[in-house]
Design a protein around this ligand. Structure first.
Ligand code: HEC
Length: 87
């Protein structure tokens, strides 16, 4: 039993590491907040994985302008979506 302990600890550590979600920096956190609070006003929130970085940049510029977002706020939303869309 005792010689299994290192293996058990290793597996436990791996499980902890895998369950941790993506770490967002301050700008990406701001972008997530804006996205989740404002981008569901006219339609359901669109899952980040639905679009590529380039598609999101286009959509955020278009709809961000309708929402009167600052350029820095649009950049934050694009930064967040580009990180979490896995594309
Ligand atoms: C003023 C209303 C409004 C707001 C606010 C808005 N959208 Fe939209 N959005 C629309 C409409 C209307 C369409 C459908 C356009 C079409 O089909 O031609 C759309 C479509 C989209 C699409 C393409 C369709 C799809 O399912 O992928 C994306 C991407 C999108 N919006 C992203 C955003 C994002 C990001 C925000 C926040 C910055 C946002 N929208 C906020 C009105 C809005």
């Amino acid at each position: 039993m005792s010689n299994l302990m290192p293996l058990i600890i290793l597996i436990a550590l791996m499980l902890v590491a895998c369950s941790e979600s993506v770490q967002l920096n301050a700008q990406q956190k701001q972008g997530k907040k804006i996205f989740e609070s404002l981008c569901d006003k006219c339609h359901n929130l669109i899952p980040p994985s639905n679009h590529t970085d380039a598609e999101w940049a286009k959509a955020v510029n278009l709809y961000g302008t309708k929402l009167k977002l600052q350029q820095s706020e649009k950049n934050a939303v694009i930064d967040y979506l580009s990180l979490v869309n896995d594309k």
